[in-house]
Design a protein around this ligand. Structure first.
Ligand code: GLU
Length: 496
C-alpha cells in the first residue's frame, strides 16, 4: 500500500456506544493494525448540539479501551491534527466554506423557513412531488446568486441569518468504487443543494466530515451502510474542493435473528444487550465480544473461529467483509464467552469474582474453597457472574428450594434421604470424599431397589436448593460433612 494507512472512527456523542458502532470501530482498528504503520484515529463528531449527551465521549473511549483497542490519535491523546473534537474546529469549517464560495462552488442563502415552505408548496401544486432547493429553484430564491452583491454584503454585515449551500450539479452521475460493495453510482438529480454551514454557524455533518477526513489525511473511510447514501454528497464536496476522496468501505448492516435491522427495540425484545456498557456491566469477556464482532460481517476465509485481537489484525482484510447483512447470533457470542472464560485459570477467576461479589454484596469463602468451587462450576456457565448464581450454595445454605426442582421431591424422598444421611453420618470428616459419598448413595438405592435419580434429585435439592448444578459428590466433598449434614436435616424438616 502506498503511504501509511490512516483510518478514523468518527462517532457522534449522542448516547452510549452501541454494538454496531463498536463493530465499526473494531474494523477500523483491525484494518489500521493490519499494516505496521497504520494509524487508528478517534474523532468526535459533536456538531449537533441538540443531540449531545454528556458523558458519551467518555463512554466511547472507555468502551474501546475495555476491548483492548488503543487509540493512536484522539481527544485524550491528540496527534498532529488536533483538535479531535469537531466542536473545537469551527474556524476550519468556516474557512473552507468561504473558500467554496470564493470558487463559486457554494453560496449564501438567506431564505426564511416560511419562504422555503412557500417554495415547496408552490412546486408541489405545480405537480412536483418532491420539491428541492436545487439548480433550478435556487435561481428564484434569496441567495448570493440571485441578490446583487451589495445587498449580500449588507445582509452579512447586518448579521442576518444565512446558511451556506453547495451548488450541486443539475444532472450528473456520481460514481465511486466501494471496497466492499464495488461500483456505486448515484444521480445528483434527486439531491438538494446541500447545506454546509447552518444558521447557528455550525457545519453540517457532510462539511465537517469531508473537511476533517481531508485535513487528517484519512486514507480509508470505513463506516456503516447507513452512510452510503451520504457518500455521493461527500464525493461532490471533494470534487468541489479539488481534493482526492479517501477510499470508501461501507460495512453490512447488523441484522436481528428474527429478521430486519437490529434496532434498539428489536435487540431489547430479543434480550440482546445494545450498548457496549451493558456488556461491560454484565461481565462479558472483552475478548469474546471482540472475536464475535469481528466475525459479524467478516471471516478469514477458513473455518478457524478463535482469534485474539492481534491475530484478527493479522488476518483482517476488507475484501473478506461481506456485502449482505450479518445476523447477530447471541448464542454464538455466549459460545465465545465460554471459551475465553475457560481459558482463564481458577485463580484468575477467583480474583475477578471477588470484585464482582463485592459490588453485589455477596460474601465469598476463603481462596481455597472458592478456587475449588470455580473448578467445579466454570465448565457449566457461560458468563463469570453465573458462577456466583449457580454456585451460591457453596457460599451459603439454601434459603429456599427452586420450585421446579421441588416437583422431584416425592413421597418416598424423605425416607431415602434419611437413610443416606444415616449412612454418611458415620463417615469421618477427613474421609468425606466424593467417591465414598457416591458409593454410599449406590448402597442406598440398591437396598431400596430404586433408580439412581430417586435419591440423587432430592439429595441435590436438599444440599444445593437447585435442580441443576455441578457434580454433586464433588460439591458435597467441598462443602464438608458438617454443612452437608446440616442441610440434609433442614431439608428433611422443611420438605418431608
Ligand atoms: N458521525 C457519524 C456517526 O455518528 C460518522 C459517520 C462516518 O463515519 O462518516 O456515525
Amino acid at each position: 500500500m502506498e503511504g501509511s494507512v490512516r483510518v478514523r472512527f468518527a462517532p457522534s456523542p449522542t448516547g452510549f456506544l452501541h454494538i454496531g458502532g463498536l463493530r465499526t470501530a473494531l474494523y477500523n482498528y483491525l484494518f489500521a493494525r493490519h499494516f505496521d504503520d497504520g494509524t487508528f484515529i478517534l474523532r468526535i463528531e459533536d456538531t449537533d448540539q441538540s443531540r449531545y449527551v454528556e458523558g458519551a465521549e467518555e463512554d466511547i473511549i472507555r468502551s474501546l479501551e475495555w476491548c483492548g483497542m488503543t487509540i493512536d490519535e484522539g481527544p485524550e491523546n491528540p496527534g498532529a491534527f488536533a483538535p479531535y473534537r469537531q466542536s473545537e474546529r469551527q474556524e476550519l469549517y468556516h474557512k473552507y466554506a468561504k473558500e467554496l464560495i470564493d470558487n463559486d462552488q457554494a453560496y449564501y442563502a438567506f431564505d426564511t423557513t416560511e419562504e422555503l415552505d412557500q417554495m415547496r408548496e408552490r412546486l408541489q401544486k405545480s405537480g412536483n412531488p418532491s420539491p428541492k432547493y436545487d439548480a433550478i429553484t435556487r435561481q428564484s430564491m434569496k441567495n448570493s446568486l440571485t441578490l446583487p452583491q451589495d445587498e449580500v454584503d449588507k445582509r452579512l454585515e447586518a448579521g442576518e441569518e444565512y446558511v451556506i449551500r453547495l451548488k450541486v450539479p443539475r444532472r450528473e452521475t456520481v460514481r465511486f468504487e466501494d471496497l466492499i460493495r464495488g461500483h456505486v453510482s448515484f444521480e445528483t438529480k434527486g439531491l438538494d443543494d446541500q447545506v454546509l454551514l447552518k444558521s447557528d454557524g455550525m457545519p453540517t455533518y457532510h462539511l465537517a466530515n469531508v473537511v476533517d477526513d481531508h485535513e487528517m489525511k484519512i486514507t480509508h473511510v470505513i463506516r456503516g451502510e447507513e452512510w452510503l447514501s451520504s457518500t455521493p454528497k461527500h464525493i461532490l464536496l471533494y470534487n468541489a474542493f479539488g481534493w482526492d476522496a479517501p477510499q470508501m468501505a461501507h460495512l453490512p448492516l447488523i441484522m436481528s435473528p428474527s429478521g430486519g435491522k437490529l434496532s434498539k427495540r428489536k435487540a431489547e425484545e430479543e434480550g440482546i444487550p445494545v450498548n457496549t456498557k451493558d456488556y461491560i456491566n454484565q461481565n462479558y469477556e472483552p475478548e469474546a465480544l471482540v472475536n464475535f464482532l469481528a466475525y459479524l460481517g467478516w471471516s478469514p476465509g477458513d473455518d478457524s473461529e478463535i482469534h485474539s485481537l492481534d491475530e484478527l489484525s493479522e488476518l483482517f482484510t476488507l475484501d473478506r467483509v461481506s456485502k449482505g447483512g450479518a445476523v447477530f447470533n447471541h448464542k454464538k457470542l455466549l459460545w465465545y464467552n465460554e471459551h475465553y472464560l475457560r481459558e482463564q485459570s481458577d485463580e484468575e477467576l477467583a480474583e475477578r469474582l471477588r470484585d464482582i461479589a463485592k459490588n453485589k454484596d455477596i460474601d465469598l469463602p476463603d481462596d481455597e474453597t472458592l478456587i475449588k468451587a470455580i473448578s467445579l462450576l466454570k465448565e457449566r456457565v457461560s458468563k463469570i457472574d453465573e458462577i456466583l448464581e449457580m454456585g451460591d450454595f457453596f457460599f451459603k445454605d439454601p434459603e429456599s428450594y427452586e420450585e421446579k426442582a421441588l416437583k422431584k421431591w416425592k413421597d418416598d424422598s424423605g425416607a431415602l434421604v434419611r437413610q443416606y444421611r444415616e449412612s454418611i453420618e458415620s463417615l469421618d470428616s477427613d474421609n468425606f470424599e466424593a467417591a465414598t459419598l457416591k458409593s454410599r448413595l449406590e448402597d442406598v438405592i440398591e437396598k431400596n431397589d430404586v433408580g439412581f435419580g430417586k435419591l440423587m434429585m432430592p439429595l441435590r435439592i436438599a444440599v444445593t436448593g437447585q435442580g441443576f448444578g455441578p457434580d454433586l459428590f464433588a460439591s458435597m466433598e467441598l462443602l464438608g460433612k458438617e454443612i452437608v449434614i446440616r442441610r440434609l436435616d433442614t431439608a428433611l424438616e422443611k420438605l418431608d
